[in-house]
Design a protein around this ligand. Structure first.
Ligand SMILES: [Fe+2]
Length: 312
């Protein structure tokens, strides 16, 4: 198909252009296999753009990595003639692999990959789990380690990075005018919030992070990291003013939130791509190093084995 600037080959699931004078254009792409919302945010004047939380496709049964989701983003970027300055991670995801390193490579190394500064804490936690014994493996995993309230420019627009711990300690959100990219902190009202039972996660911190989001102006649009719709009703956004958020989260005290979150987390199994995701994502989207025979592995630590199976 011939591409033109007016009709990109790949269409976003949802577009928001001209929200208000302080908010750039937002293009939302849904990745069905992991229920992930990926975003491209751009300044229509300068064509500068950022990507938020892009997915690298992975089939754990066959160990096959593919790049369809990332290539769709690249196609859109090319057709819209966007200049990507940053690839923004909200956190080290445990349910999908990031395509940030692949995208950076395809975009000729131009974009900087940014993540919250506390990613180093997450790396330290998981290094012994996956045998990343030499700390130098983490060198240059990311280009920018955001601090709370740090700001940067996207063309004529401003972005503020806000630390939103609770789901993971490194978690940040990105505020572009009226739009907030919340990652896995607050979710749409039917699910409410992300889980808080990963290592370094904490339901009290998550409560504070959600209060921080809900204290933003009521017209703030919350673009979430995931949606798990029962049918085809997926939506990338909710808002601070949404009645259910106000009633359920703003009105709920910390103790009852923590109790609710912890009891819900106790019923949740491990994410399907937990280990494969973390092994790649704490390396900033790189694959683990080759073994002595040039093979690459994504490992699954074994737990719960009876003693008779572990003697030798
Ligand atoms: Fe997550």
């Amino acid at each position: 198909m011939e591409s033109t600037a007016a009709s990109p080959r790949v269409q976003p699931d949802v577009s928001h252009e001209g929200i208000d004078s302080k908010t750039p254009a937002i293009f939302s792409f849904f990745e069905k296999a992991t229920g992930t919302w990926q975003y491209i945010i751009s300044d229509p004047q300068t064509h500068q753009a950022v990507i938020v939380d892009p997915v690298l496709d992975y089939d754990p049964a066959s160990g096959t990595i593919s790049t369809k989701s990332a290539d769709d983003l690249l196609s859109f970027i090319e057709d819209k003639k966007l200049n990507v300055t940053h690839i923004l991670e909200t956190h080290a995801h445990a349910d999908h692999l990031t395509s940030s390193r692949y995208l950076k490579s395809c975009l000729h190394g131009t974009p900087s990959i940014g993540i919250g500064a506390r990613i180093t804490q997450v790396q330290k936690t998981f290094a012994p789990v996956y045998g990343y014994d030499d700390p130098s493996i983490f060198e240059n995993s990311f280009d920018i380690y955001w601090k709370d309230d740090e700001e940067f420019k996207l063309g004529g627009y401003n972005c503020r990075v806000v630390h939103l711990p609770g789901h993971t300690p490194d978690h940040v959100g990105y505020v572009f005018g009226s739009a907030v990219f919340t990652g896995d902190s607050i979710f749409n009202p039917d699910v409410g919030s992300a889980r808080a039972d990963f290592p370094g996660g904490n339901a009290k911190d998550l409560y504070s992070s959600m209060q921080r989001l809900l204290s933003l102006p009521e017209d703030s649009l919350l673009f979430v990291g995931h949606d798990y719709p029962p049918n085809d009703t997926r939506t990338p956004l909710t808002s601070v003013a949404v009645r259910e958020h106000q009633a359920v989260w703003k009105g709920k005290d910390e103790v009852s939130f923590v109790e609710w979150r912890q009891s819900r987390d106790a019923t949740l199994g491990a994410p399907r791509l937990l280990h494969s995701s973390l092994q790649v994502n704490i390396l900033g989207g790189r694959l683990p190093p080759q073994d002595q025979n040039g093979r690459r592995w994504l490992k699954t630590p074994v737990r719960g084995a009876p003693e008779c199976l572990t003697k030798e």
